[in-house]
Ligand binder design. Structure first.
Ligand SMILES: *[C@@H]1O[C@H](CO)[C@@H](O)[C@H](O)[C@H]1NC(C)=O
Length: 295
């Protein structure tokens, strides 16, 4: 009975919030180990402040990475990161969701390092059913190596939104009416890694990693995960029962006018590359780009 009352109370609060606010819920800071475990080279992950923050270390021997303990079908996922400073050309830091199978779905943030004083590029991509090739690249409006900034994904049945701090930098809408697969029936885990990618990352691979500057260190904190946990297909179905969760409410089904204004600001001032406008690569405009002018 008490449980039921609490549940009703939560539903009520959710609806109340949904009506008035279109920004996702404030992330809650939790320690690394609440949601994550190392994936590889665990000795290259340093725990700080009792694990409330971690440093990932890349040296000549190896990079490193971590992943979420659980799989999720929809939710809001956020990480505060401070990227490798100084000469970081060739070094890539990533934060992404992936179903990690052959026909995988994936939602990517990739940070491409650069020579000292030269700007990082933030590349985003969305894979559906194993098919990606939807890169967008932007410069950031701040130096991501000077302090922590939050990088978040809101993912529901309607859209996938990439946020940098509170600014939406990309929205990928569910275009199933166009015959486009949308990630909704394969749960994903969260991953992060730091590695050497000097074969492609900086100025297309021209700038090589300067190993005399190693170790390269990326710092992480606030390991917020608010998702619908799913590993079996039954659980996926439960998560797909639209309407139950805060992110299903009307306010989160699309960006509001102010958020579109901010997205346009990013597009106009910071775009480096957008697959939607790459005529050489896509003589026919990708359907999702054609339908949603500013996807
Ligand atoms: C690195 O800096 C160069 C020169 O400013 C710039 O053209 C490039 O886009 C920057 N970023 C990457 C990842 O190459």
């Amino acid at each position: 009975m008490v449980g039921k009352l609490i549940f009703l109370g939560l539903v009520f609060i959710n609806l109340g919030l949904g009506v008035h606010c279109a920004a996702p819920r404030r992330p809650v800071d939790v320690p690394f180990s609440t949601n994550y475990v190392p994936t590889w080279a665990s000795d290259h992950i340093k725990y700080i402040n009792g694990g409330r923050s971690v440093d990932l270390v890349l040296d000549r021997n190896t990079g490193t990475g971590f992943q979420s303990k659980n799989s999720y079908q929809f939710g809001h996922f956020s990480m505060r990161m401070k990227l490798v400073g100084g000469d970081s050309a060739g070094v890539v830091t990533a934060f992404y969701l992936s179903s990690n199978n052959a026909e995988h779905d994936e939602i990517d943030f990739e940070f491409l390092g650069n020579r000292t004083g030269q700007p990082y590029i933030l590349q985003t991509n969305v894979f559906t059913g194993g098919q990606g090739n939807r890169e967008q690249r932007i410069y950031l409006w701040f130096d991501p190596t000077k302090g922590f900034h939050s990088y978040s994904v809101l993912w529901n049945m309607y859209c996938i939104v990439f946020f940098v701090d509170d600014v939406p930098i990309r929205i990928f809408k569910n275009s199933k009416d166009l015959g486009l697969r949308f990630p909704f029936n394969q749960p994903m885990k969260l991953y992060s890694s730091l590695w050497n990618a000097d074969d492609w990352a900086t100025r297309g691979g021209l700038e090589k990693t300067d190993w005399s500057k190693a170790p390269f260190i990326a710092s992480y904190t606030s390991f917020h995960v608010d998702g619908c946990m799913a590993s079996t297909s039954q659980e996926v179905q439960v998560c797909n029962t639209v309407g139950k969760r805060w992110w299903d409410q009307k306010a989160f089904q699309d960006l509001d006018a102010e958020q579109y204004r901010r997205l346009r600001w990013v597009r106009q001032k910071y775009t480096v590359y957008n697959y939607c406008y790459d005529k050489a690569r896509y003589p026919t405009v990708p359907i999702e780009c054609a339908k949603y002018r500013d996807i």
